[in-house]
Structure formats: structure tokens, C-alpha cells
Design a binder for this molecule. Structure first.
Ligand code: PDD
Length: 295
């Protein structure tokens, strides 16, 4: 089936979609992005993603490429033209085109690229059996709360994990705590059943899935604490899991060489996954782009 991309005002065949060589995204990774899940043709938590996109843009002094209503229209067109039912829509905004120079001209028109594709995320057996993660030093910058396209440390971490046969990399600080994973947020469940994840701040991305799962857990009466946890705590945890737009809630059954719990996906992680999937098909899915949780 033919694929289309939206590039700076035009819908073009995917194979011919390209940007200028002096796009600052290409030269400096000077831009931001969002990955939004599509469920039965509808985006999930669109408003929360667009709120975060605007926060990322503001943090980098990049103008919004167009008003939200217009952006939602273009997103909808890209999803429709690509006939994606279940998959993702990808939005990237870069500072735009300018002669290469570190300081940037103010208010050049930002460049906007949108693509969509079906079938992303873990395999069925990874969902069924749980995944292994590898811990390693967090080599990223001091503003991980910005969803910047500058992802080299994340790319290298995930590559190292993949080459070691693991699904994700859990990133650690010098004092041994886990911030998050290379492309997802990290969670453990303590012996007493409390859910633990790193607090918001500049050390982690404020995951949309993280915010929703916190909300779902609270509604389900599961105790939650937002605090840093150590690798040692994680290895002794009753359960562990990751959250992201593409992995949803994905149980972790091994951290480095240590098996978590009984080596099978934990009961709470499985329950949260089921509740999250209900959430995806519920009223959070749709083109109404009001943010709700304010994460
Ligand atoms: N990754 N932390 C990092 C570093 C991430 O890159 C992501 C998302 C998350 C989870 O955020 P959310 O729940 O909003 O998807 C946490 C996306 C999916 C990606 O880069 O492909």
C-alpha cells in the first residue's frame, strides 16, 4: 500500500519525502517530536501529546508550526491517507532552515513532518512472557523532560541492550538510581504492593503513558509513590514493568542477570496493562485534542 508523509505543507509519497540539507533538525538535532498511538484509527490521548509538544517547543524557543486545530486536521489527513488503524502517528517539528551556525535566528518558520505507520511495539511473546532489561549509565543531557529529537545516548543505550538480547536499557545515575529507560518509563512494585516510579523533573520524560497509568493505578486503589528507586531495589522488587506509547504497559521479568519475582509477568503489571488497553479504546481515543491529565 502506498504511504504518504506530510512535509512542510504538502502531502507527498513517503519515498520522496525529504527536507532541506540545512534544516537545523538535520544539522543540529534542533527539534522535538511526539509519537502518538493509533487505536482503531483514532489517536490515544492526543491532547496530552499536543500539550507536551507545545511544552517541548516552548523550552527550545521554537514557534508552534500551526494552531492546534490545524495540526489536528493534518494529523487526521495523514492517518487517513495511510489507512492506519493500529499503529502510530509521528510528529516532528524542527527549528527550520538556516545557514549552519550554532546561534539560531529567531522566528524562522519551523519545519513540520508527520508520518504514520501500522504495527509497532513488542511481539506477542514479549507481552506474554515479559522482557529483560539491561542497566547502564544514563549518558543523556540535563533536560530529559524535553522530547528532543537529539537521541544519540538513547540510541546507543538501546542498541547495547538489543545486542545483549534485552528489550530495553534502564538508565542509572552515579548513585545507582534508575531514571527511566531509553524509550520508556521504568517502574517497580515493592514487596508491600506499592508502585514506584521516578518523580517528574528534568531527569525523565514526562511520559503520557506514565501519567495515565498513575491515574489508573490510583483509581484502582493501588498505592503509588513517585520517588527515585535504585537498581538494587529493582532487582529485589516483586514486579517491574515499563510504559510507553508503543509498549503500553510491558512486564519486565529480568533485570541484568537477576530474575524478578517468579520470572513471569506479575499480576499487577498484567492488570495495569489490561486497564490501560481499556483506556486506549475508551474516551481517551479520538480527535478531540483537549489535554486532560495535565502531565
Ligand atoms: N518514546 N522516556 C523516554 C526517554 C521516551 O523516549 C519515551 C517515549 C517515554 C514514554 O513516553 P510516552 O508514554 O509518552 O510514550 C519515556 C517514544 C515512544 C519513542 O521515542 O518512540
Amino acid at each position: 500500500m502506498s504511504r504518504f508523509a506530510y512535509v512542510n505543507g504538502r502531502y507527498v509519497p513517503h519515498a520522496q519525502a525529504s527536507v532541506h540539507v540545512e534544516d537545523r533538525g538535520y544539522q543540529f538535532a534542533d527539534g522535538v517530536y511526539e509519537v502518538i498511538a493509533l487505536r482503531n484509527g483514532l489517536p490515544v490521548d492526543l491532547g496530552l501529546h499536543l500539550d507536551r509538544l507545545n511544552r517541548s517547543l516552548a523550552a527550545l524557543f521554537i514557534d508552534e508550526p500551526m494552531p492546534r486545530r490545524a495540526l489536528v486536521h493534518v494529523l487526521r489527513q495523514v492517518v487517513k491517507k495511510n489507512r492506519v488503524r493500529n499503529g502510530i502517528v509521528y510528529v516532528q517539528v524542527t527549528r527550520g532552515v538556516a545557514p549552519r551556525n550554532h546561534p539560531f535566528p529567531r522566528h524562522v518558520p519551523p519545519a513540520l513532518v508527520i508520518t504514520a505507520r501500522p504495527r509497532v511495539g513488542p511481539r506477542a511473546d514479549q507481552v506474554e512472557n515479559g522482557i529483560r532489561v539491561l542497566t547502564m549509565a544514563d549518558a543523556r543531557w540535563a533536560r530529559c523532560d524535553i522530547k528532543a529529537i537529539a537521541l544519540l545516548p538513547n540510541v546507543l543505550a538501546k542498541q547495547q541492550a538489543a545486542e545483549a538480547g534485552a528489550y530495553e536499557a534502564w538508565l542509572t545515575t552515579p548513585d545507582g538510581s534508575v531514571t527511566e529507560a531509553s524509550a520508556s518509563n521504568a517502574w517497580i512494585i515493592e514487596a508491600d504492593g506499592t508502585l514506584v516510579t521516578h518523580p517528574l523533573g528534568q531527569a525523565i520524560l514526562p511520559g503520557v503513558t506514565r501519567a495515565v497509568v498513575l491515574d489508573i493505578a490510583r483509581q484502582a486503589g493501588i498505592p503509588v509513590t513517585e520517588r527515585p528507586f535504585t537498581v538494587a531495589e529493582a532487582k529485589a522488587a516483586r514486579e517491574a514493568f515499563i510504559t510507553s506509547t508503543t509498549s503500553l504497559v510491558l512486564p519486565v521479568v529480568q533485570i541484568d542477570d537477576v530474575v524478578i519475582g517468579n520470572g513471569h509477568p506479575g499480576e499487577v503489571a498484567r492488570r495495569l496493562r489490561a486497564l490501560y488497553i481499556d483506556h486506549m479504546s475508551g474516551k481517551s481515543a479520538g480527535w478531540d485534542a483537549e489535554g486532560h491529565l495535565g502531565s
